[in-house]
Design a protein around this ligand. Structure first.
Ligand code: ASP
Length: 337
């Protein structure tokens, strides 16, 4: 039966579309569309119809920044009414950051926005690109989910809960703190936990470039070395702490620095180095002082999501006090309250 659904594929770069060149795998303009046109299954009558937009500069996703996030979101908004859903082809390395960022930039979605890519380029025999792309197209045309998702290796994940868990496995992503939105086997089994789909056009809230940093705590860390960065240069800091939000609290102390950072208008958000579980400030002596010094809890947010959320809140022009409150509340399903 003919499928009348329409999906827009937005190609930004990444391994999925790379060609084996003399210098190694590299994205080449115009190459991927030619390869997709050769895949008969992608062009069957019962598959959704698709159009293809390629970014002018194809990127290894390590080079993605707020500019590209805004560009992807703008492309979706500009084409929103013409399609049932959107598939973004993206490198895997920063795909979880992009998924988190898009969930804040594009709010009030009523159609699926699915990020995918592959660990092995489409041009290779054992590539995972074909299944990731075909299944993403089907999910994007289904219109069951109305939010930014990441599809990879048989799992449909909430975008702002996803994290890359493997550099080489074909099942490379997971969302340890949130159930999968769908499991894909013989059929696509949706779990009915997606955000409610909205009517009308989503809002487009682009990011501005905000000085944000991520600091990972380690045993024996000399916090003093980072003082000027935290207090003078950054508006937002994501502090990756041990376990449920703990830091070393003897000797070279972080707390006065955090106090100073707040006085200078910075927001320090505490996330965990553990992939699963939540920060609970105050559960241990080594974390309650963080709270007293003015840090906020990132709860069970991924670092990727905390970074994107800081970009979002500063870009929206909220005050530091407002941002401190909003960081601990769910805006687009990024944390469990
Ligand atoms: N370095 C590549 C990228 O993120 C890796 C990939 O796509 O899998 O663009």
């Amino acid at each position: 039966m003919k499928n009348d659904k329409k999906v827009l594929i937005i190609y930004t770069g990444g391994t999925i579309g790379m060609k084996n060149t003399r210098e190694g795998y590299a994205p080449v303009s115009g190459y991927l569309l030619g390869e997709l046109n050769k895949i008969e299954d992608l062009n069957r009558a019962d598959m959704p119809q698709w159009d293809f937009i390629e970014f002018d500069t194809l990127l290894d996703s390590s080079n993605v920044s707020a500019k590209e996030w805004n560009g992807i979101a703008k492309t979706i908004v500009d084409n929103y009414s013409a399609y049932d859903g959107f598939v973004i082809l993206h490198g895997t390395d920063t795909m979880a950051y992009t998924a988190s960022a898009l969930s804040f930039i594009l709010q009030g979605l009523g159609k699926p926005v699915i990020l995918t890519g592959s660990q092995i380029p489409l041009c290779e025999v054992r590539s995972d690109a074909r299944d990731n792309l075909i299944t993403s197209l089907i999910i994007a045309s289904d219109r069951v989910v109305g939010e930014v998702c990441l599809y990879f290796g048989g799992k449909l994940l909430r975008g702002n809960r996803a994290t890359k868990t493997s550099a080489d496995k074909l099942v490379a992503f997971d969302s340890p703190n949130f159930p999968h939105l769908a499991e894909v086997g013989i059929t696509v089994k949706y779990n009915n936990i997606a955000l409610p789909a909205h009517q009308g056009t989503p809002t487009y809230n682009p990011f501005v470039t905000v000085p944000i940093g991520v600091l990972k705590v380690f045993p024996g860390m000399q916090f003093g070395l980072f003082e000027s960065i935290i207090t003078e240069k950054l508006n937002g800091v994501v502090l990756e702490t041990f376990g449920a939000g703990n830091i070393p609290n003897g000797g070279d102390d972080l707390l006065p620095i955090i106090n100073k950072a707040f006085k200078a208008g910075a927001v320090v958000t505490v996330c965990s180095q553990c992939v699963a579980g939540s920060v609970t400030l105050g559960a241990y002596e080594t974390s309650s002082a963080l709270k007293k010094a003015g840090a906020v809890s990132g709860k069970d947010m991924t670092t990727e999501s905390a970074v994107a959320k800081l970009y979002h809140l500063f870009s929206m022009g909220y005050t530091t006090d407002e941002i401190k409150v909003l960081m601990e509340q769910s805006i687009v399903g990024e944390l469990t309250e």
